[in-house]
Structure formats: C-alpha cells, structure tokens
Design a binder for this molecule. Structure first.
Ligand SMILES: Nc1ncnc2c1ncn2[C@@H]1O[C@H](COP(=O)(O)OP(=O)(O)OP(=O)(O)O)[C@@H](O)[C@H]1O
Length: 319
C-alpha cells in the first residue's frame, strides 16, 4: 500500500496519491515527463524521503527503512554497473556488502546469471557487453537480494527498438516465473500495455486512473487518459465528452443518421488505413479501417462521408 506526497521546496511532485498494489503483479506507472512517477518509485525504494504518508509492504511500514532493508530492489535506467568489476562480481556485489562468503555469493550470482541467460559471460567486464546484456546483468544484480518487489525506472529506454520489444517479453516472463511484484515506470503507453497487469496513469502529480490494463485502455475515465493512451477519439457531443476507439468507427457514404464529415487525411499503415475527417464543431474524428475494407471502397481527402459507431462504444468522460 502506497499513500505518499513528495514536495521539493514549493514544488509538489507527488500530491497525496494512494494505491494498493496487487501482490505478484506487474504494474506500470505511466505518465508524461514530470508527472511524478520517478519520485513515487524512489519513495518506495527509499532513495527519496517521503514528505507525507507511508509505504507499507506486506503489513510492514517500510517508510523510514534504508533501501537495503525494505524488501525492494531497484533497477536503474543507466544500469549503474561497476566498470571495474566482472559481471559475476557486479551481480554478487550486494551479498559482499552483507558479508556473505566468496563461494556462497559466487554460487548465488551464477544462479542469477542462469536466470537471465548470461552464464557464459560471467567473467566479462561491463564494457565488453551489449546494452541488452548490461541490462540483464543489472536485473540479476537487483534480483540477487531476493526482493518482494522489483522497482524498474525506465529500464528499456536505453535499448534500440528491436531489443526493447524482446526485453519486454523477457521482463514479463521473469516476473511470472519469480512470482514477485514488478513496479515499472515508463512514459510509453505501448510499453505499459504490453507489460502490465495493472496500469496507474499519472498526470500533474496525481493518479488520473488506475486499474487492469485493458480497463484503462478500453474505458478511459478522463480526456487526458483517452488521449495519452491513444487509439481513441475524444468527441464533444450535446451531453458531454466521449471517448470512442478509432477502430470502432466505420465509414460509409453520407447517409441519414450518420455523423457527416469531410475527409482531411488518409494514412496507409500496412494492416490498417487511418482516415481523419472533420465533423461539425470543427472536431477531428479518426477511423482506423482494415486495409482490405478501405481499398474495397477508398476515400480521399475532400470526400464527404458518413461516420458510424455503436452507442455501446461511446464512453462518457468525467473530465
Ligand atoms: N530533486 C528534485 N528537486 C526539485 N524538484 C524535483 C526534484 N526531482 C524532481 N523534481 C520535480 O518534481 C516533478 C516530478 O518529477 P519526477 O522525476 O518524479 O517526474 P517523472 O514523471 O518521473 O518525469 P520523467 O519521466 O521526466 O523522469 C517535476 O516537476 C520535477 O521537476
């Protein structure tokens, strides 16, 4: 259970957020730059003091404990490996600090390297590793402390797009295998959707919405969440603002009963075509159409069209 506030002088970086993390789940803290997600993670880790509130892990208030005694472990964005230590000694480092003997700590470090599939590189130095390999060493180094919760701050941002997608799969698999909780900070909605059981969307130091990933995507509560998660239109109708998924909008000739609009842009995206149209009130609506459907009856910028969606696909927004 995390209920915290963080102030830096007059800046309120985290404003009385409160959330009960589900045990053994993968949770992503998602939001734009500066919304307070890293500060939240650092307060859980113990790298930042809590201005108000507390962090309780499995019934134990860990708010004032030093990082190493919390039952959490943190993996940093830049991996922070020690350049003068071998891979094995990097992984074994925290055990050395605890006074564990050489043979035991090396045995445990080898177990961790096996877990992240790096057994063959135990004797290398960090500068002889690729970015993806360095990241796995950092993971092994965090996991050797047997944390109940692994905290990850933008762990994939230093990787190229191909490796990022591969590591995504590995993180997810590792979390399920270990059966511990992962709390992962990211500003990428695609990353959060790919990884998370639960997503917490933060904006301006508060939680905008939190819940299972599919619920947050399918039923955004606010305009901010709908726009930040992507894949939605936000439309102002006489009875309020609504979110409508772009793939729930279909396009026909202008007919009675349909919302009419003028096509402003057509973008081919391979499997789909994204068509934008301007409707009354100077609003833009996007329809994501399967490519075969679109090319059976293509439309072009300037065409007058009808736009349809099911009333059930219309989600009322609260703000
Ligand atoms: N040590 C600090 N001193 C003063 N202000 C800080 C400090 N650290 C963060 N802040 C401010 O607190 C706010 C939240 O920062 P935080 O790093 O938690 O955001 P974030 O969502 O993680 O952003 P990013 O994705 O850019 O890391 C920002 O306005 C930031 O400028």
């Amino acid at each position: 259970m995390v209920a915290v506030t963080k102030r830096y002088g007059a800046t309120v970086a985290v404003d009385a957020i409160s959330y009960r993390f589900r045990s053994d789940s993968y949770t992503c803290l998602l939001g734009p730059s500066g919304c307070g997600k890293s500060s939240t993670l650092r307060m859980i880790a113990g790298h930042e003091s809590i201005s108000d509130g507390s962090v309780v892990l499995a019934g134990r208030d860990i708010s004032t404990l030093p990082p190493a005694q919390r039952g959490t472990a943190m993996m940093f964005q830049n991996y922070a490996l020690f350049p003068h230590l071998s891979v094995l000694d990097n992984v074994a480092f925290s055990l050395k600090m605890k006074g564990t003997g050489t043979s035991e700590r090396h045995a445990r470090a080898r177990e961790m390297l096996e877990l992240v599939d790096l057994t063959d590189l135990a004797d290398r130095m960090p500068d002889q590793l690729s970015g993806g390999q360095q990241q796995r060493v950092a993971l092994a180094r965090a996991l050797i402390t047997r944390p109940q919760v692994l905290l990850l701050d933008e762990p994939l941002s230093a990787l190229d797009p191909f490796l990022r997608i591969r590591m995504r799969g590995e993180l997810r698999k590792l979390q399920k295998e270990l059966g511990i909780s992962f709390i992962h900070v990211t500003h990428g909605q695609d990353e959060a959707l790919a990884l998370a059981d639960d997503i917490i969307v933060m904006n301006n130091a508060v939680i905008e919405q939190a819940g299972p990933a599919r619920d947050v995507f399918n039923a955004p509560a606010t305009r901010f969440v709908a726009q930040f998660m992507g894949g939605h239109n936000v439309v102002a109708l006489p009875d309020g603002h609504f979110a409508i998924r772009t793939d729930a909008v279909s396009v026909t000739e202008p007919t009675q009963g349909a919302v009419e609009g003028n096509v402003t842009a057509v973008e081919y995206q391979g499997t789909h075509v994204s068509l934008s149209a301007r409707i009354t009130g100077d609003q833009e609506v996007m329809a994501l159409i399967p490519d075969t459907t679109f090319f059976a009856n293509p439309h072009h910028p300037g065409d007058r069209i009808g736009l349809h969606w099911d009333a059930n696909d219309q989600h009322k927004l609260t703000a």
